[in-house]
Write a protein that binds this ligand. Sequence first.
Ligand SMILES: Cc1cc2nc3c(=O)[nH]c(=O)nc-3n(C[C@H](O)[C@H](O)[C@H](O)COP(=O)(O)OP(=O)(O)OC[C@H]3O[C@@H](n4cnc5c(N)ncnc54)[C@H](O)[C@@H]3O)c2cc1C
Length: 377
Amino acid sequence: MANRVVVLGAGFGGLELATVLSEALGDDVAVTLIDKNDAFVFGYSKLDVMFGRTSMDAVRLPYRDIAKPGVRFLQETITSIDPEARVVVTDDGVHEADYLVVALGADYDLGATPGLAEGGNEFYSTAGAERLAGLLPGFTEGRALVGVCGAPFKCPPAPSEAALLLHDDLVTRGVREDCEITFVIPFGSPVPPSQETSRALVAAFAERNIEFVPGRRVSSLDPERRVAVLDDGSKLPYDLFLGVPKHRAPDVVIACGMTEDGYVPVSSRTLETRFPGVYAVGDVATVGVPKAGVFAEGAARVVAASLVARLRNVGPPDAYDGLGSCYIEFGAGRVGRVDVDFLSGPKPTGTYHEPSIALAEEKHEFGSSRGARWFGR
Ligand SMILES: Cc1cc2nc3c(=O)[nH]c(=O)nc-3n(C[C@H](O)[C@H](O)[C@H](O)COP(=O)(O)OP(=O)(O)OC[C@H]3O[C@@H](n4cnc5c(N)ncnc54)[C@H](O)[C@@H]3O)c2cc1C
């Protein structure tokens, strides 16, 4: 039976895919789940680490805890992918697949923003978030700039959250009066699919005296003079830069010829690539939805359902719906939520839920339920 499923990347997409396949098929499937890291970290945990609310050790979910019928995890680095032959080479071997799922996420391209690597700080990687956790307590006066260096980027609300949580951090340390916060984002509003959510965030910035600069991207930094240059040539001085780097598909995906305009094109209904038996889910793919874990997870469920249908010889499942809910930290322990629908209508829509302690608890439950499902915690 053609049942060898090789899943590249054990992030939101890969973990959900392996879990659903194991639940549905058990030992009737042979899933090989490959990741170069030894642990998974939720994207939003990076904000918690950066603001000293937890440590990286406390939020790491080690892959060695995965114990699922039909699934084996391998910690290996993928060095080449042949999508026609469905053969993957890693630093430790060669894997042949009947079905191949690329779920390798998006990487950061620090080199695309001159000066960022030398003179800025990014908070999108685990290393960047940990470095900022060490630096932030020493920032007691001056200009902080939260700046996005390119779109698309993961979790569109995350830089807004960073600006609001920075405000809280400075208030708690008693230095807010001595600091300025500016926030630069390439979109015209903080969360474009939901005007209501965007209005609430813009109001929250105004209440906290955070200067909001929409429709602009940070194109370079001058680390010596501590000046950020925006894409219209205007300049913003800073003492502390908190950046979202430009994203791109991992090099190994670009090198294998699967990408167009930087990412892997797929059918937005089935997540199939143009290569038979090869799917792509999550941030690495162009689906028409934002780069966020909830969308990677939803897409993975559709791929899992079609693989189950193929292996069980039944009809195809429903198409991917492009629905997802994103939690937004507003500070002071309160979390809002936006429920977005990207694919069902002519344009994306979003429904806003005001920040509350109850939604903060719901966000906590979102994380712990994934910890339980994926890692048996
Ligand atoms: C600050 C921040 C906050 C966020 N908040 C949220 C949120 O609240 N809600 C939400 O839904 N999303 C959030 N996100 C976004 C979310 O983390 C990503 O969109 C999500 O992880 C994408 O899932 P994925 O499976 O596509 O890729 P990933 O989860 O990135 O997984 C890709 C995996 O591939 C592996 N990999 C890459 N290259 C190789 C290679 N060559 N060999 C082997 N392995 C490789 C990586 O190690 C990684 O584990 C946030 C992100 C950030 C940075």
